[in-house]
Design a protein around this ligand. Structure first.
Ligand code: 4NP
Length: 152
C-alpha cells in the first residue's frame, strides 16, 4: 500500500507522520511505501524543522534525511491513501480531486480531531508527535484487521 502524509509546510507534522508510519509498518512486516508532502511551497527542498527532527529523535526516529516537496494532483494517482492533518489541508487537497475515486482516498489522520499546526508553538511538538503516533497505530491496526486478512 502507498500512503501519503500531507500538511501545510511539509516540515513539521507530515514528516513526523511519514517517519512514524514508515517505522511502524516496517516493525509489523508490512511492505508499505510512505511519503509526505505539503500543500504550500515555502519550504521545498528543505529538511524538516529542527524541532520536528529533535522530537522524532527523542522517540528514537531519524527523520533528518527527508526533504520537503509540494503536493500535486499526480499524488492522487500515485497513492492509495492520503492522510491530512487538519481541515485546511483537507480542503486544499480535495480542491484538486477530479472524481469520487480521488475524494475517497483523502482522510483526516485522526478520526475525532485535527492535528494542530505546531510551527508557532514549540510546546506543541511533543503532543503533536503523540497524536500522530496514535493515529498511525490506529490505521495499521485497522488495516491488519480488515485488509490483510483477505490476502492469500
Ligand atoms: P507543518 O507546519 O504544516 O506541520 O509543516 C508549518 C510549517 C511551516 C509553515 C506553516 C506550517 N509556514 O507557514 O511556513
Amino acid at each position: 500500500m502507498k500512503i501519503l502524509m500531507v500538511c501545510l509546510g511539509n516540515i513539521c507534522r507530515s514528516p513526523l507522520a511519514h517517519g512514524i508510519m514508515e517505522h511502524l509498518a516496517k516493525e509489523r512486516g508490512l511492505n508499505w511505501e510512505i511519503d509526505s508532502a505539503g500543500t504550500g511551497s515555502w519550504h521545498i527542498g528543505q529538511p524538516p524543522d529542527h524541532r520536528a527532527v529533535s522530537i522524532a529523535k527523542k522517540y528514537g526516529l531519524d527523520i533528518s534525511n527527508q526533504r520537503c516537496r509540494q503536493f500535486s494532483v499526480i499524488d492522487l494517482d500515485s497513492y492509495d491513501q492520503i492522510f491530512v492533518m487538519d481541515e485546511t489541508n483537507l480542503n486544499d487537497v480535495l480542491k484538486q480531486a477530479r472524481n469520487d475515486q480521488d475524494t475517497t482516498k483523502v482522510k483526516l489522520l485522526l478520526d475525532q480531531q485535527i492535528v494542530p499546526d505546531p510551527y508557532h508553538d514549540d510546546e506543541l511538538f511533543d503532543p503533536v508527535y503523540r497524536m500522530i503516533a496514535a493515529g498511525c497505530k490506529a490505521i495499521i491496526e485497522w488495516e491488519l484487521k480488515h485488509k490483510q486478512k483477505s490476502k492469500p
